[in-house]
Design a protein around this ligand. Structure first.
Ligand SMILES: NC(=O)c1ccc[n+]([C@@H]2O[C@H](COP(=O)([O-])OP(=O)(O)OC[C@H]3O[C@@H](n4cnc5c(N)ncnc54)[C@H](OP(=O)(O)O)[C@@H]3O)[C@@H](O)[C@H]2O)c1
Length: 329
């Protein structure tokens, strides 16, 4: 399996798999053991993300497995539910927000001491373009106790929270990613939900945000869907303080130099790709697949003008940042 091959290259000493049900994970553990061999210790830790006691217990068990001076290099917060009817967890929180965000938030918080000891640390949060449907509702995460709830808005809020959490971690010095893997066929995510809810996605998005959701992605296979997570978790070139990764990659914000320009060049090598690279201070990049747009991220007018120029962007790579020297001028 190519995905496991990439994980093997990272030579993990430990691979800790957290899930609700060991019987579903055991075949995965067996396959990993076959591919990675005995140099990687694979451990299962039970967790139910919608129960914070279970989440704290899981974090404690991970810490125990990894030992007193244990460290974590990569944490992938992948689990999620989507589009479920209104329900609340034990502590009275709407279930999509609780499972998709709160559980991962508490797990990560509890593992921070181990993450702080890690090498080239990354936290990878599986968000979704579903974030477009609904902003985070800090004053009313429970949608007026369900009266203002619909399953897509609940999912959207939780996926927006994943992105905000990613930014929060980055601000605290932990390299973090929020990613959209694409529309992946063949997973369990939409099993058992009423698919008719998607018919009103534009209407719901407009009610929540004033904008339409837009067109639905072209579907991808599970293997293709995993690729974005693998790049975020293991590709050395993708390091940096914070990233929002989308599955097709045409837009790189902050592509004038450093990582951004190399990334834009790299993406442009794929035939058929149209890379939109935003540049600050008049840099240019003359490559056939690259469209350059001027952007000064410190000025709202410039940001709005640049956004209007982008005709199509499936992927947004937020790379731009200023260094200490620029902060002082
Ligand atoms: N598939 C897509 O098109 C798509 C698009 C955008 C974003 N995403 C995101 O990608 C991530 C993975 O989705 P997927 O498509 O692979 O879905 P999936 O096949 O349904 O897998 C979801 C995973 O989450 C686990 N999980 C759910 N509730 C849990 C809980 N309370 N405690 C612990 N584990 C729990 C499930 O474990 P069990 O086996 O125990 O249920 C399962 O392993 C999600 O965060 C999703 O929002 C997916």
């Amino acid at each position: 399996m190519p995905v496991l091959g990439r994980v093997k290259q990272a030579e993990p000493a430990h691979l800790v798999l957290l899930a609700r049900d060991v019987s579903r994970v055991q075949p995965v553990i067996d396959q990993i053991n076959d591919t990675l061999g005995s140099s990687t210790k694979v451990v299962f830790v039970p967790i139910n993300l919608d129960d914070l006691e279970s989440v704290r217990a899981a974090a404690a068990e991970v810490s125990k497995h990894l030992g007193e001076e244990g460290k974590i290099d990569v944490l992938i917060n992948n689990a999620g539910i989507m589009g479920v009817p209104y329900a609340k967890t034990k502590i009275g929180v709407e279930s999509q927000f609780a499972t998709n965000h709160l559980g991962h938030f508490v797990l990560t918080q509890n593992l921070l001491p181990l993450l702080r000891r890690g090498r080239d640390v990354r936290v990878v949060n599986l968000s979704s373009n579903g974030y477009l449907v609904c902003p985070f509702r800090p004053d009313d995460v429970n949608f007026d106790d369900g009266k203002a709830y619909d399953p897509l808005s609940g999912y959207g809020q939780s996926k927006t929270a994943n992105i905000l959490f990613t930014n929060g971690l980055a601000k605290r010095g932990i390299t973090s990613f929020a990613l959209h893997p694409g529309l992946i066929r063949g997973t369990h995510l939409s099993v058992g939900i009423d698919l008719r809810i998607f018919a009103s996605i534009n209407e719901i998005t407009k009610k929540n945000t004033g904008k339409e959701f837009g067109s639905v992605d072209q579907p991808k296979t599970v293997e293709q869907g995993v690729a974005t997570t693998i790049v975020a978790a293991f590709d050395p070139a993708s390091g940096g303080p914070v990233r929002v990764c989308f599955h097709r990659m045409p837009q790189v914000v902050g592509a004038s130099r450093g990582i951004g320009v190399e990334l834009a060049k790299h993406l442009a090598q794929t035939p058929g790709t149209h890379v939109v690279a935003t540049m600050h201070k008049g840099f240019s990049l003359e490559l056939p697949n690259v469209e350059v747009i001027q952007l000064d991220q410190s000025k709202t007018d410039s940001v709005n003008a640049a956004a209007r120029k982008v005709k199509e962007a499936d992927t947004l790579i937020v790379n731009g940042a200023i260094g200490e020297d620029e902060l002082l001028t």
